[in-house]
Design a protein around this ligand. Structure first.
Ligand SMILES: NC(=O)c1ccc[n+]([C@@H]2O[C@H](COP(=O)([O-])OP(=O)(O)OC[C@H]3O[C@@H](n4cnc5c(N)ncnc54)[C@H](OP(=O)(O)O)[C@@H]3O)[C@@H](O)[C@H]2O)c1
Length: 260
């Protein structure tokens, strides 16, 4: 199994999860393989000939990494006959009260979501048997994600971040998503798009308060606001329907179970 973005938050969980399996790993970082370099990417995949490429690499705000990099990895995997699984996001959607299924068309309203939707389409065009796994906000317990350190920073006065009461997501423990990726590596019959996310929709404010309690801090001290009051234009309610993943036996724990 080759992993791009193996040094990232999800990547480090995937490296741990794949240890439990039978995978020989090639774990890449931006330093060992820059996915913007098409020829180098194709050459590395061709030389190593992995059964599966799990593509996690991304750089915030960088369309070249997100879109062109994904296309390069998809081309390399297709040329080497490797299965490609790549990560995408819930914010390919604009937000609405009803959950989104895999059949809903992306209609992103922010660049990151637009670029991830472009990356999904680019990967699919090059490699029609690839799988895009969309997930939501990731958090951890052994390692903390940015959405957790943000809470500590706000509580300690290191930032003025506010947590929105009307921005809903389905947070997932990164270890659960990593376990799903390992299982999906063995399921070449699963192609297209699959939603793998937490079972509950919670607001960013509720999530931050939950993390505050988990950190032994006062949840009442978490600064909250509404998107509208703060003048922030971001998707509001984005709930991923995960029934297809559940039917495959893939699921993420609730916040209460994962943070227990
Ligand atoms: N975190 C979330 O809440 C979340 C939610 C939904 C979807 N996702 C998706 O899940 C995936 C993993 O996210 P993450 O949170 O684990 O990301 P992350 O912690 O920011 O890690 C990003 C990884 O990408 C690598 N990278 C950056 N630029 C690169 C380049 N030019 N060439 C090769 N590698 C490069 C980084 O390598 P270095 O360590 O060398 O910089 C790092 O290993 C992404 O596709 C993201 O869109 C994440």
């Amino acid at each position: 199994m080759m992993i791009t973005g193996a040094t990232g938050f999800l990547g480090s969980h995937l490296v741990d999860a794949s240890d439990a399996g039978r995978w020989e790993l090639l774990a890449e970082s931006s330093g060992s393989l820059d996915i913007r370099r098409r020829d180098a990417v194709i050459d590395r995949i061709h030389t190593w000939k992995p059964n599966v490429v799990v593509h996690l690499a991304y750089r915030r705000g960088d369309r070249q990494v997100i879109v062109d990099g994904t296309r390069n990895v998809a081309e390399g995997a297709a040329a080497a006959g490797a299965r490609l699984i790549h990560m995408s996001t819930d914010v390919v959607f604009a937000g609405r009260p009803q959950p989104y299924t895999e059949h809903d068309r992306p209609d992103a309203v922010i660049d990151y979501g637009r670029w991830k939707a472009e990356a999904e389409a680019a990967a699919y065009a090059v490699n029609p048997t690839s799988l895009a796994v969309r997930t939501s906000l990731l958090y951890g317990t052994e390692r903390q994600a940015v959405c957790q350190t943000d809470v500590a920073d706000a509580l300690d006065g290191r930032s003025r971040m506010q947590f929105f009461t009307d921005e809903y997501r389905c947070p997932a423990h990164a270890a659960d998503v990593a376990a799903a990726l390992v299982a999906l590596a063995d399921r070449p019959d699963v192609t297209g798009v699959l939603h793998v996310a937490g079972p509950q929709a919670v607001s960013r404010a509720q999530l931050a308060q939950t993390f505050a309690v988990w950190m032994g801090r006062d949840p009442g001290a978490v600064p909250t606001a509404s998107l509208a009051d703060a003048g922030v234009d971001r998707p509001g309610i984005v709930v991923l329907d995960t029934s297809a993943a559940t039917a495959l036996g893939l699921g993420c724990r609730s916040l209460a179970d994962a943070l227990r």
